[in-house]
Each structure stands twice: as structure tokens, then as C-alpha cells.
Design a protein. Sequence first.
Length: 231
Amino acid sequence: MSTKSKPVIGVTLSSRRNTLIWLMHRFAVFLAGGKARKITAVTGLNKTVDGYVIGGGDDIGLEINGNKINPTITYDADRDALELETLHHAFATDKPVLGICRGAQMLNMARGGTLYSDLSDFNPELKRRRMVLPRKTVHIDKNSKLYDLLQQETLRINALHHQSVNKPGKNLITVAKDTEDVVQAIECQSSGNLLGVQWHPELIPWSRSHRSLFKWLVNRANERKRNLNDE
């Protein structure tokens, strides 16, 4: 595949402190055969790309769906608005989306779902655990598209979050949980183009399983692009 014909994947990120995480996403998309393009609240919505990564980062302002927010936490309302606009554009055009950590939560919120503002709301005994290396185990539903993609029932993942999916949004289902019963992946029943994972696969580029998530995104974007060109 030539550089010119590679699917272009928009990656939404914070307008601040994004250099390292941008490079990791860019590398992951490159390994998958695509070309990444950065999207922030400064650049605004990019409708020309072929698919989207909704990236990780700061907490989501839960007032989006009428939830109470923590006044001690600083939210990025401009990024929330950008990603909601991006997701609704993706829904309307059937562009593929891979939501990562915050991005999986935003995917859920954009379809009317809810979040736990902190894991302690789900289970008071749970402690926030930050692990860049894959040290947590998730169990994957064998009837899911995620299982079809990975061909494995368990996967070792990392964890950098303290918010998590509560009620899945419209047509979204939970397809993976960790050993503490926290939701770790969601996907859309009515569309094969929406997948959200709570972990950070871009930080585990040596793993074929984690690289395959980006490969799935690039392949879906390329397939959609090819179908549009054939019309």
C-alpha cells in the first residue's frame, strides 16, 4: 500500500501535553498500515479522515449526560465538545472508531451511556492502579466481535484510568471485564465499526494482540474508503 493510498486516521488528543502519546498513536497507526493525523480542540473537527481514534487523557465532564461532576477536578470542556462532535459525525457517516480509555468512555457517553465518576463508586474497595505494562487480565466474551478479532478469551492489559463505563449506551454492549468485574471493552451490536477499550494498546506496541486493534481500525477504514470509491 503506497503512502498516498493509506487510510488516514484522525487521533483526538488533548491540546496540552500530548507529544509522547501522539507519537505512540502515530507509530501504532503506522504499524497497522495507516497514516495518523492529530485532532485537538484547536484544530477542530476533521471530516476528511477515514476513521478515528478517540484517545485517552483527562476525565470527561460528566455533566454531558446530566451527571454530577467533581468540583475538585479540572475538565477539558473544549475537548469533550470536540470529541462528541467527532463521534456524531462518525456515527452519521459509518466511519470506524477505536475508543481508547477516555475515548471508550466518550464513545459510551456519546450514545447516551453513563460512567462511574470514580472506580470507588463501583466498588469502594477498589483502589486506583496505574500500570503502563500489561499486568491486569481481562476476560473476553466469546460471542463478541472483539473475540473474533483477537481469537482469545483472556488478554493481559495495562490500566491508567479511574473512571469507567457504568450503563452502556444505545446498541453498545460490554464484551470484556477484568478480574474485579470492571468493564474493559464495549462494542456496537448494530455496527461493526465501533469498538472501545479501557486500556492503552498504543503503549504495548510489541504485542500482536494489541497491535491488531489498530489493524482492525485501519482495515475497516480502508474497506469503507474502497467501497465509496467503487460507487
